[in-house]
Design a protein around this ligand. Structure first.
Ligand code: KIV
Ligand code: ZN
Length: 517
């Protein structure tokens, strides 16, 4: 199958969401999917439909909403998984993809699957055949391919292509391979698999030893034409390959990576990269490291005098990418409390958020309150209110009011009022600080118990009246799995922001418990 451009397969909503603390609700996943579509990814892997009713609903809603990208649902090689995935991606019509996977490495065969080589080939072929009877576009992944015997891997690849797979993915599941080794694996498949021309070879790299981007690019040089990864590199353990880094490597150095100078080897609109990174960070609660390539706040900040002088004389002296090409520096006049609903809506759309009228009403109320307490509402302020509003709008518990008393000679005390189903509940607690007192008061009202495992605060804009944005990770005791749940909250007062973040995490926990029940 001839494919000149590299297909971008985004798995932020599946592999990325497996990252501890990154779980998103349906509304948040939809925001991410819409922005991925604006970025121009070719395939969105929207989830693992058999995993839960919530996953199924997310995949089918995304399949219904997204109009340009292919939508994939993951499935193990079992009839139940494959039929569930087919039903979930069906609303995408001829853009529906089923992604079946089965491990092939000796370790997985012996200890996880307890299957012989022959059984693995048979199960893979049966899975692909069933998927092919339900959709045209079938991808097969040989999990842990990079630790699989090359001759056996080639046998599996050939068999699944004969069974109907049009994309074959060879993941480095545990982030173990090296660029030379991974490229050699691709070259081996191209040389030894009889029908290799009938499929697109795909790669999927994890970052356990920090080689995910290098491995992905070396596989592309060797002929792989689909890359799988996530925005901001979120994912289990050390994460997946960061797609924005792969995209900008291909854009900046096409000739070094096997393409013609001046070619654009992908379909992405790179000016949407920073916006996409922000949307993913806000929706997933995963903070982007300041020095992260391409999308970190410091990625284009030059502090030394020599660099600043060079940049002023000629940008290319110290910059290999024009920041505007990835969407940095597109700042507009800040909004104020006098800005109207239409202006707020238009600005939100430019920031990558599509809100329903009801959601907008809720956000606009908060915008007005924030506008009363600070002169200018910057884009980052506004974007940080989005998650808060989306979540609050759909959540069980809503924040009404908090009051606290703290100081060096006072016992920190907080009184919190929350609303549930239109009824208000108030309670007070003391704590070792005002934040702790607020969290305890929330626990008392909601009859929950959360252990704070991470707390971060940062100002969304400059100046003393900046909005404080708090991100927390909390472990709640309950039925849902015991992974920490992240929450975000924003307010001009950081204690209020912290309480909103804690409540946001609690509401996510309740939604997750409901989905798993
Ligand atoms: O890392 C991996 O092997 C995967 C597969 C399910 C594609 O995520
Ligand atoms: Zn993976």
């Amino acid at each position: 199958m001839k494919q000149d451009k590299v297909i971008f397969f985004d798995t932020t909503l599946r592999d990325g969401e497996q990252c501890p603390g990154a779980s998103m609700n349906l509304r948040q996943k939809l925001e991410v999917a819409r922005q991925l579509e604006k970025l121009g990814v070719d395939v969105i892997e929207a989830g693992f439909p058999v995993a839960s009713e919530g996953d199924f609903e997310s995949v089918s809603t995304i399949a219904r909403t997204v109009k340009k990208c292919r939508v994939a649902g993951l499935a193990r090689c079992t009839e139940k998984d494959i039929r569930k995935a087919a039903a979930a991606v069906a609303p995408a019509g001829d853009r529906a993809r089923i992604h079946v996977f089965l491990a092939t490495s000796p370790l997985h065969r012996e200890f996880k699957l307890k299957m012989s080589k022959k059984e693995v080939v048979a199960a893979a072929v049966a899975g692909v055949k069933l998927a092919k009877s339900l959709v045209d576009d079938v991808e097969f992944s040989a999990e842990d391919a990079s630790r699989t015997e090359l001759d056996f891997l080639a046998q599996v690849v050939e068999a699944v292509i004969d069974a109907g797979a049009t994309t074959v993915n060879l993941p480095d599941t545990v982030g173990f391979t090296t660029p030379g080794e991974y490229a050699a694996m691709i070259a081996y498949m191209k040389k030894h698999v009889r029908n290799i021309g009938k499929c697109i070879l795909s790669v999927h790299c994890h970052n356990d030893i920090g080689l995910a981007v290098a491995n992905t690019l070396s596989a592309v040089q060797a002929g792989a034409r689909q890359v799988e990864g996530t925005i901001n590199g979120i994912g289990e353990r050390a994460g997946n390959v960061a797609l924005e880094e792969v995209a900008m490597a291909l854009t900046t150095r096409p000739e070094a990576l096997g393409f013609k100078k001046g070619d654009k080897p992908h379909n992405l609109d790179t000016r949407e990269i920073v916006r996409t990174s922000r949307v993913v960070s806000r929706m997933s609660g995963m903070v982007v490291q300041r020095s992260k390539a391409i999308v970190g706040e410091n990625a284009f900040a030059h502090s030394s005098g020599i660099h600043q002088h060079g940049i002023l004389a000629k940008r290319e002296t110290y910059e290999v990418i024009d920041p505007a090409d990835v969407g940095w520096g597109v700042t507009e006049l800040p909004l104020t409390k006098h800005s109207g609903r239409a202006a707020v809506k238009a600005r939100l759309e430019r920031l990558g958020h599509t809100l329903s009228e009801e959601e907008l009403t809720h956000l606009f109320e908060r915008f007005k309150k924030v506008g009363d307490s600070k002169k200018f509402v910057y884009d980052d302020d506004l974007a940080s209110l989005v998650n808060d509003s989306l979540d609050t709008h759909n959540s069980v518990w809503k924040m009404c009011q908090i009051q606290f008393l703290a100081g060096s000679a006072t016992c920190p005390t907080a009184t919190v009022t929350l609303e549930r189903d239109g009824k208000k509940f108030t309670d007070s607690a003391i704590g070792n600080g005002p934040v702790n007192a607020c969290f305890k008061a929330i626990d008392r009202i909601t009859r929950s118990k959360g252990d704070l495992v991470e707390f971060n605060v940062h100002a969304t804009s400059c100046g003393q009246d900046a909005l404080g944005e708090v991100t927390v990770k909390v472990k709640f005791t309950g039925k849902a799995d015991q992974r920490p749940i992240s929450g975000k909250g924003a307010a001009t007062d950081i204690i209020e922001a912290a309480s909103r973040a804690y409540l946001n995490a609690l509401n996510r926990h309740l939604a997750l418990s409901k989905a798993q029940a």
